[in-house]
Design a binder for this molecule. Structure first.
Ligand code: SF4
Length: 240
């Protein structure tokens, strides 16, 4: 195995609380570091590379082997932003695939080239689209982020990965902007290409009303009837 360092925040097993695979027993491999700035980020303790501990990739694969419990449905690469450490994710995912386990990445997909590096050993892609009210990047860089998100979505589908999209919405999210984003997504892909479309309300701050959630739902429904509003169930359950 290539000698590579990785800044790791934590490895733990819990119930998947988000997206279309909610309820599955999942091992989370949380990489440290994210240069993005969503105001609703729920992992502030993993945003700096210094928040993680440095390991060799081989130490992390051993940790995964030692901590894996029976009937684990999938191993999630999460963060932070896993693409910041794309080479390490590539190596760790390759190890997990050798064990015939499912691999899953959740990413803001800010860089197509990095995404292409991790993709060969990833089975399931959750492509997260950010609305500008998330404050993820300044408005000058928002277009570039969106462009990469759309290209990563296309790339995942082209490579026949199980792919779904997620958009986090808040009371500040703009209906028009959301509608435009949905239009862009379905101008890029066909409804049959994806396995789900999740609208996830923020939790604890600027929570959207039911009326607002239905506005977003109604914007997706004409394109994709299987759209779902799914909150973070781990928060409801009080687990990590
Ligand atoms: S992209 Fe993810 S990890 Fe980064 S700030 Fe946003 S929510 Fe947090």
């Amino acid at each position: 195995m290539i000698k590579l360092k990785v800044s790791l925040s934590e490895i733990f097993t819990s119930v998947e609380g988000e997206g279309i695979y909610f309820g599955t027993k999942t091992m989370f491999v949380r990489l440290a570091g994210c240069h993005l700035k969503c105001f609703w980020c729920d992992t502030p303790y993993a945003l700096s590379m210094n928040d993680g501990k440095d390991y060799e990739v081989s130490d992390v694969t051993k940790m995964i082997d030692d901590n894996l419990i029976q009937n684990t449905y999938k191993v999630n690469f999460t963060g932070g932003e896993p693409l910041l450490q794309h080479n390490a994710v590539h190596e760790i995912a390759k190890h997990i695939k050798r064990k015939s386990l499912r691999t899953y990445i959740e990413s803001a997909c800010y860089d197509l080239e990095r995404f292409k590096v991790v993709l060969p050993y990833i089975d399931i892609c959750k492509v997260e689209f950010k609305l500008s009210d998330s404050k993820v990047v300044d408005i000058k860089h928002y277009e570039k982020l969106l462009e990469n998100e759309l290209k990563c979505l296309e790339e995942a589908i082209k490579n026949k990965k199980s792919t779904y999209t997620k958009i986090v919405v808040s009371s500040l999210s703009d209906k028009k902007e959301f509608e435009e984003l949905v239009k862009m997504i379905f101008n890029t892909i066909k409804p049959d290409d994806i396995e789900g479309f999740i609208i996830q309300p923020v939790y604890g701050e600027s929570e959207p009303s039911l009326d607002k959630l239905f506005q977003f739902y109604d914007a997706v429904y004409p394109y994709y009837e299987q759209v779902r509003i799914v909150p973070q169930l781990q928060k409801v359950m009080g687990v990590r």
